[in-house]
Design a binder for this molecule. Sequence first.
Ligand code: FES
Ligand code: FE2
Length: 400
Amino acid sequence: MATTTVNEDIYAAVERELERVSYPGDFPALPDMPASRYIDPVYYDLEVQHVFKKTWLNVGHVSELPKPGAYKLWEQLDESIIVSRGTDDVIRAFKNTCRHRGAALVTKPTGVAKRFVCPYHSWGYSAEGELKSVPEAHNFACLNKAERPLFQVRCEIWRGFIFINFDADAILLADFMAPLDAQVGDFPLEKMAVKGVLRTELDCNWKTAYDNFLEIYHVSSVHRETIAPFLDSKSFVVSPLDHGHARFTTRKKIEGLYGSGAMDDLDERYKSLTVAFPRFPNGFTALDPAGFNWMAFWPAGPDKMVIVSTMMGMTKDNSEEDRAYWEEFTAYQGKILDEDVNLFPTVQRSMRKGDLTHLVLSYQEQYIQWYHEHLDMAIGIDNIPGHLRVDPVMTRNLGR
Ligand code: FES
Ligand SMILES: [Fe+2]
């Protein structure tokens, strides 16, 4: 399959967008998108079962587990997962489920532990998931501790970001991320660390929120005084990538959206352009040398969702100045988010009430169509009732 590569002349593509005055002749008309995909519990269940339970999901970053024994709890999609750095320095993921009678071992969101000790009857597990201690073990007939380790979930790392997958047959994370690697392989993601986290719970479908971050069309209305002065929204280029990912490039009106001077040796395109990437199925980030907001959009019901915004930045000292910078950065990201989120429940209501049965998409909103086509592909078209499907016009047009 053909994939847009970083060698393509991004600058020429941006210039073409700036000159464009009509709908591109070689691009298909985007069909109306059924609003039922955002409200119907049938489609919601299909997404969870076939997309989220079978795709690589980002659950954290290695900087959150700085030493052996460090763990974090990841709780989304009705799952409770312990992500733990073992004494062998390997990061693993386990179901937060005791092998005795199923109690949750861990309730604190983060910590450092030599043992996970179940609060119910005190079975103890190592940071590598082995069952190590069972009080009054003589009362169990034939209990072999080696046969009862914690249930492990596939866990792989991409450039410092920790991913899990509930599907034992899924492709390797490296293969899944390869289309994005080809675009941002030269951005020093490995030097980044988590600097702050914001969590926003909203009364809307996860896609109602996600869609907002996948187009630039709203920026001049919603972010008139914050982002709009920095970005030339007319220059917005969408490059659809394999596995449902994409790259967005936008010309900056002013170099350094949030600051300047960081990473002077970085490729020019990260300075004069904003290079952003949506990651299938639920991630979005716009890279910036001065720091960026790594976002995840989690379903929590047909009309409930959670945005987790993780501030990523260069690992520096822990000086007062550094801390103040990231506090201010996080607050600024929160302010931009606030400008967006109040709209989403109103969108959801219009769909829920049936006042809006279909959404209309423009050329600049094409990634919404692209990831919806990939949702249907992941679910399997035959599993989806006809009225809930999208016509895969982009996949067809690109011959993929
Ligand atoms: S359920 Fe964990 S020790 Fe009994
Ligand atoms: Fe926005």
